[in-house]
Design a protein around this ligand. Structure first.
Ligand SMILES: [Zn+2]
Length: 200
């Protein structure tokens, strides 16, 4: 490379996106410069605003522009049920399946001691505080059916042992090792309706 430091910088910056290597980054940069200037300007403005303006919801840790996310702002969604997911894309998949009308808690990850991710990093204490404050009757553990997702679900269930809260886990159709964000809405709806109490 080296015909323009600005182009080099654009290509390098694009490489922060997942799955984007040098070639793809170059293709994207050239596309924007050759044929997509208005889209590129819009992208740059949206990126700038989102990177400084998007924060975590005080109640559920989901992405939000203000103290509370859109779901937590809706009083009808505070109905004694919290669904725990690993990521905003899992939350979105459940929302798009359309069946669930309770609240959420977004861990933004899962327990992974080897990577230094413990209960503190994914907000478990915050979740437990909220459960206490809101008088939650059912906690749906919709972490992914991976080793880490299962371990996280069991850790949360153990911490709530003896508190008289119904703890359920999605049951059918979610492929083991898969991620909720990639499961179709029909399967997810069935998994939700068929959720079962979690037992060790
Ligand atoms: Zn929220």
């Amino acid at each position: 490379m080296a015909f323009s430091p600005l182009v080099d910088e654009l290509v390098e910056s694009l490489r922060c996106l997942p799955g984007v290597g040098q070639k793809t980054a170059q293709r994207m940069a050239f596309h924007l410069l050759e044929r997509g200037r208005s889209g590129g300007s819009r992208l740059s403005e949206a990126l700038g605003k989102a990177m400084t303006g998007v924060r975590r919801c005080d109640r559920c840790q989901n992405f939000a522009d203000t103290d509370l996310c859109g779901i937590c702002e809706n009083p009808q969604r505070t109905n004694g049920t919290i669904c725990v997911v690993e990521s905003p894309s899992d939350l979105l998949a459940i929302e798009q399946a359309g069946d669930y009308r309770g609240g959420y808690f977004v861990l933004m990850g899962h327990l992974s001691p080897i990577d230094g991710v413990g209960p503190e990093e994914i907000g478990i204490e915050r979740l437990l505080d909220r459960i206490q404050q809101e008088g939650v009757s059912e906690l749906i553990l919709a972490t992914n059916p991976t080793v880490e997702g299962e371990a996280t679900a069991h850790y949360i269930a153990d911490r709530l042992d003896g508190r008289g809260i119904l703890i359920t886990r999605l049951a059918h159709g979610i492929p083991v090792g898969g991620e909720l964000g990639y499961v179709d809405g029909f399967t997810l709806t069935h998994a939700f309706r068929g959720r079962k109490p979690l037992s060790d």
